[in-house]
Structure formats: C-alpha cells, structure tokens
Design a protein around this ligand. Structure first.
Ligand code: 5GP
Length: 156
C-alpha cells in the first residue's frame, strides 16, 4: 500500500462535530488530509470517495464534513446535503458502471454492522445474479481504484 498514490484531500478540517464524536476515526483523518483516499466528489458540506475494501466495483462512500458518528447525531442541514450528494454520486456510479441497480446502505451502531464511526452512505452498483463481496474484507489494488474513481468523476 505504501506505493499507492492515493489522493490526499489537502488539509480539510472536519467542519464541526457532535459532542461525543471521536475525531481519531479513519474518515475524519481522510477529511483532514492525514490519510489518503480516492476522492470522487466534494462540496461545502460533503465528501465522496471509494471504499478501499469494495463489496462491488465502484463501491463509493459519501460522508458529511460535520463529525457525527451516526444518523441520529447529524444536524438536519448536513443530513440533507449528504443525501443529496448520495443521490448525485449514486447516479454517476450507476452510469459509470452501467449498473441496472444501485444499493444505498447506511449502518448505525456496531450492532447494525457499523465499523467506522463517522456517518456514511454506501453506494453499491448491483447486477442481476451477481452477489456482493463480504463487508470490509478484501483490499482492492491501487490501479483499479484509481481507474474506477476516474470513471465516476468523468460522468459526475
Ligand atoms: P461500515 O461498516 O462502518 O458501514 O463501513 C465502513 C466502510 O469503510 C467499509 O466498507 C470499509 O471497507 C471502509 N473502510 C475502512 N477503512 C477504510 C479506509 O482506510 N479507506 C477507505 N476508503 N475505506 C475504508
């Protein structure tokens, strides 16, 4: 992974956060530019990047810049912005991968399977008869992720 040249966000700050938010999580680090990612979209309140352990080609994550662990802690303006970005990016993912279906998923709490405690929406292209891979298991290779990010950006 050291050889990967993933894009850094450029020292973005997490804009604000709920009182109990742990800013040491990996998505906060990505937002602050402390960890790399394959970015596909960004605006004032939201950020979208590829999942590094994709369950399908084009698996993309959309997050608010506001630091909130789950959907219950995110102010409504940021939640609205995040779902609007999710709709927009999901449309681009669908087009980029010529997917007949798109799954949008969002997990709250470890009992629901959440593993990173900064709210995020998963966008997964789906095809008839093709199962998703296991959640957060196999790491994708750098070249593939870079190419997929370019495909999505090209149709955004
Ligand atoms: P959750 O289980 O919280 O709904 O999803 C967290 C997602 O984050 C998983 O799909 C996992 O593959 C992804 N993920 C974990 N660590 C990283 C990372 O360092 N970079 C990126 N881009 N995705 C990550």
């Amino acid at each position: 992974m050291v050889a990967c040249r993933r894009m850094r966000t450029g020292d973005l700050e997490v804009m604000n956060s709920s009182p109990d938010y742990d800013s040491a999580n990996i998505f906060a680090k990505i937002l602050r530019g402390e960890a790399p990612c394959y970015k596909v979209f960004e605006d004032e309140r939201t950020f979208a990047f590829l999942d590094i352990m994709p369950q399908a080609e084009g698996h993309t994550l959309v997050i608010p810049k506001f630091g909130a662990a789950d959907v219950f802690r995110l102010p409504s303006e940021d939640l609205a912005a995040t779902i609007i970005t999710t709709q927009r990016v999901a449309g681009a993912v669908k087009k980029a991968f010529a997917a007949p279906g798109v799954m949008i998923a969002q997990l709250n709490g470890s009992a629901a399977g959440q593993t990173v405690f900064h709210l995020h929406f998963h966008i997964l292209p789906r095809f008839n008869g093709i199962d998703m891979r296991m959640h957060a298991r196999g790491m994708a290779d750098c070249e593939t992720l870079a190419a997929h990010a370019e495909r999505i950006k090209a149709v955004l």
